[in-house]
Design a protein around this ligand. Structure first.
Ligand code: ADP
Ligand code: ADP
Ligand code: MG
Length: 445
């Protein structure tokens, strides 16, 4: 096992990774930007290295500085967390060239699955259904033709997009005449790659995703699925495991996820995202080749530590578990604690945390990097923590989540906590009748 690793991330996920490393007796180095000097991971790490000014481009995405930090401190491996460098195959490759292990899949499978176009191709090859749509489109004419075949409304997606950004709904032929070029321009601007694919725009569905682990030698297992249908602006707010889908459909989706990951000889932790429509049809959407924000709910029902497994696979210890060793029990829910104002269209609310009290008690887990007096920097996303609960049944987990939310105190910035308390009381939510349009159609937001 590694003696020292570098964590190339910030916030709650940097802390999450550090916690497991500590338990395994692994030394941690964390990199940070000038804006994060006083953040908890920096205060708790064995070593820390400032890699640049607040802007992510100059710090958390600054490859030369991050690699130098690893070489300078003698870190044997880099954990990228999620976001930032996590899905950058060039970075993974450069780590290798410098004799540093990238804790994640190979650059090849990242390249193959990293784009939405690539993901769709591999899905088709592994006999996994995809949303009706196209590969890369290179002109407005091609887009018009494809949309005619698929039927409006359609969705233009930046092939390199992520984090819920880079999507554009197009409802008519007239709109398409300007929308395609705009989408290309925006994709170039935000993701450095103008490539665009098209999908049928689906109005109502569930977002269900499969957690997999692979050893890179063809052995792939799943650790159940998660429902992440409660979203705003295509970004998840609340996730749960398992989903409330019927058993046969669940199994079909789990099998599809494993099949696809096996097709690329996947190594490490990954997530295959699916759309499930009202009729129980499911379609592959994309694969995230990294640990995910919501991995905790799957940890809670499996009793496994995914960061530990990532480290073991990356260190060449392989994947000891067989599918039959994975035993899922009970129900877990996660609420993303965001510093934003749900009444003002989820506008980010940076500022100082004047007061904080996190809940506890049976079956409650809090992953957060904030503390009293901590100032949320305005440069990054608004996630200030995650509240996760576990209980034997879904009903009990909902009651426990409500109790834990009511106990929570975050003084200072507006947060999503009051909204979540209302959701826990919502009759549709309680019944598990939740699609991605839940906030619009069931919460009168
Ligand atoms: P998850 O599916 O794990 O919830 P998200 O899609 O919400 O992950 O992304 C997690 C983090 O990574 C967010 O901070 C998001 O903004 C960022 N992110 C993900 N993909 C990209 C990308 N391609 N470019 C920029 N940021 C990204
Ligand atoms: P990202 O890389 O940004 O996470 P995804 O392809 O995973 O992009 O989509 C993010 C979210 O956007 C999904 O969870 C879903 O809510 C919505 N979405 C994706 N594809 C479609 C589609 N074809 N029709 C309608 N909504 C979609
Ligand atoms: Mg996604």
């Amino acid at each position: 096992m590694f003696k020292k690793i570098l964590i190339a991330n910030r916030g709650e996920i940097a802390l999450r990774i550090m916690r497991t490393a500590r338990e395994m007796g692994i030394q941690t180095v964390v990199v940070y930007s000038q804006a994060d000097e006083k953040s908890l991971p920096v205060l708790l790490a064995d070593e820390s290295v400032c890699v640049g000014p607040p802007a992510s481009n100059a710090s958390y995405l600054n490859i030369p500085n991050i690699l130098s930090a690893a070489l300078m401190t003698g870190a044997e491996a880099i954990h990228p967390g999620y976001g930032f460098m996590a899905e950058n195959p060039d970075f993974a490759e450069m780590c290798g060239e410098h004799g540093i292990v990238f804790i994640g899949p190979t650059p090849e499978s990242m390249r193959a699955l990293g784009s939405k176009a690539g993901g769709r191709e591999i899905a088709a090859l592994s006999n996994v259904p995809v949303v009706p749509g196209t590969g890369l489109l290179d002109s407005t004419e091609a887009a018009l033709l494809a949309a005619k075949q698929i039927g409006y409304p359609v969705l233009l997606k930046a092939s390199a997009g992520g984090g819920g950004r880079g999507q554009k709904v197009v409802r008519t032929q007239d709109e398409m005449k300007t929308a395609f070029n705009q989408a290309q321009e925006e994709a170039r601007l935000y993701f450095g790659d103008p490539a665009i694919i098209m999908e049928k725009f689906l109005e109502e569905f569930r977002h269900v995703e499969v957690q997999v682990m692979g050893d890179g030698q063809g052995h792939v297992i799943h650790i159940g699925e998660r429902d992440c249908s409660i979203q705003r602006r295509n970004q998840k707010l609340i996730e749960e495991a398992p989903s409330t889908l019927p058993a046969t459909l669940r199994q079909e989706i789990l099998d599809a996820g494993v099949r696809l990951a096996q097709h690329v000889n996947y190594a490490g932790a990954g997530t295959l995202e699916f759309i499930v429509d009202r009729d129980g049809q499911f379609y592959f959407m994309e694969m995230n080749t990294r640990i995910q924000v919501e991995h905790c709910v799957s940890e809670m029902i499996s009793g496994l530590d995914f960061v530990r497994m990532q480290l073991q696979i990356a260190a060449g210890e392989g994947l000891a578990l067989q599918q039959s060793d994975v035993v899922l029990r009970g129900h877990a829910i996660e609420c993303r604690l965001n510093a934003e104002d749900p009444d003002k269209d989820f506008r980010p609310a940076a500022g100082k945390i004047e007061e904080v009290y996190f809940p506890g008690g049976p079956g409650v887990r809090v992953d957060s990097h904030v503390y009293e007096g901590y100032a949320i920097p305005p440069h990054y996303d608004s996630l200030i923590g995650k509240l996760i609960v576990w209980h034997e049944s879904r009903d009990q987990a909902i009651a426990r989540m409500k109790r834990a939310l009511q106990e929570s105190v975050i003084g200072g910035p507006k947060t999503t906590i009051p909204l979540y308390i209302r959701i826990m009381d919502n009759p549709f939510y309680k019944r598990g009748a939740v699609m991605t349009n839940f906030l619009k159609t069931r919460m009168e937001l």
